[in-house]
Design a protein around this ligand. Structure first.
Ligand SMILES: [Zn+2]
Length: 358
């Protein structure tokens, strides 16, 4: 188990916060296993029993939710951690493959990164927590939790998808805004410097622009231009995607930031992604992670929830969410720009700090 956590942290370069969250879940699982004297194989057969026990045990540690039992949705990351542990244990021969067959069904992967187009096999967890959408109280909070965002990033197969999840959660973008981003909208300049034609000088940033020319109908909902600071970890995710994007020849001349890979016959490479496609990517990542139904707007809500946990000032949050977009000149020269950059850094740090690209 320690080996798995070290593998996550250093082998796969996962953020310390993810590793910490996984470590907590796995520690509880291990305590439960030992208290019942189960072998790893036996424990694998009764993961549901473990989750039910957690479902009815109030949280003891301080913080939000203390004294309450975790919701079904909150157990999704616990299940993702346990699944990840068993996959790793099978990889290194600590448990036998039978256990994997018990936990996962094998499906054919058809959403592979460019360059790995031969069909391969993907393991999909058999056991899921509240994976089907429903309108019952079991749906959980409307925002994705930081744990859930970490679990989504844990599942991404491409730098593109990591970047999109990162932008949805870490910048709080609407799905239509994400689909409509053009490469020219992202200015990766260090603080104090500008690019020609843009007066913003507070570091890397994204211009959220309303435009009607998106070939797949995506538009930014607010009419005015908004400027969002892009904190370091998100710059890294974007840089990783730009590298990957270079391997798609058809993308070279496309102005759109997020484009398709050379997929199965029905899709062409280098095309802008529709909002529908982005929605599907997020929902599929959640299913792969064994989480509840999570869609892109819940990542924007995660941004809002993190901001509220951090007591971000209302006017700053309004600016970041684009509720209070001023004329662009005012945004560039606004005295509060440093506060906005600081808030953006704190919020995204809560949600996607230090996540590396696959
Ligand atoms: Zn700019």
């Amino acid at each position: 188990m320690d080996h798995y956590l070290r593998h996550l942290r250093f082998g796969r370069g996962r953020a310390e916060s993810t590793t910490k969250s996984y470590a907590g879940h796995l520690k509880r699982f291990e305590r439960w296993r030992q208290s019942r004297g189960l072998t790893w194989e036996e424990a694998a057969r009764d993961i549901a029993g473990h989750l039910i026990e957690r479902r009815i045990t109030p949280r003891a540690h301080p913080g939000r939710g203390r004294g309450r039992a975790p919701s079904d949705a909150a157990l999704g990351p616990a299940l993702a951690a346990i699944h990840g542990f068993y996959r790793h244990a099978a990889d290194v021969g600590e448990v036998n493959d039978q256990v994997l067959r018990l936990l996962f069904e094998v499906i054919e992967g058809d959403r592979l990164p460019y360059g790995e187009r031969e069909r391969s096999l993907v393991l999909r967890p058999r056991l899921r927590v509240d994976a089907r959408p429903s309108y019952s109280a079991h749906l959980g909070p409307p925002e994705a939790t930081a744990d859930e965002v970490a679990a989504l990033l844990e599942q991404v197969a491409t730098a593109r998808d990591a970047c999109m999840v990162g932008f949805l959660a870490g910048l709080g973008l609407r799905i239509g805004q994400l689909a409509a981003v053009r490469r020219e909208d992202i200015h990766l300049v260090p603080p104090g410097r500008t690019v020609p034609g843009c007066a913003y000088r507070h570091g890397p940033h994204l211009h959220v622009v309303r435009r009607d020319g998106h070939p797949r109908g995506a538009i930014s909902k607010s009419r005015s231009t908004n400027v969002l600071p892009v904190p370091g970890p998100l710059v890294m995710l974007y840089a990783g995607w730009l590298n990957e994007r270079r391997t798609i020849p058809a993308a070279a001349t496309s102005p759109w930031a997020f484009v398709s890979f050379d997929g199965p016959a029905h899709t062409a490479a280098g095309q802008p992604l529709s909002t529908r496609r982005i929605y599907g990517i997020v929902v599929d990542l959640a299913a792969k992670a064994g989480l509840r139904h999570i869609h892109p707007h819940m990542l924007r809500h995660a941004f809002g929830a993190a901001a509220s946990d951090l007591d971000i000032a209302r006017d700053v949050l309004q600016r970041l969410l684009g509720h209070d977009a001023l004329a662009s000149q005012e945004i560039y020269r606004h005295a509060g720009a440093a506060r906005i950059v600081e808030a953006a850094t704190l919020i995204s740090g809560r949600l996607i700090e230090g996540h590396d690209v696959p």
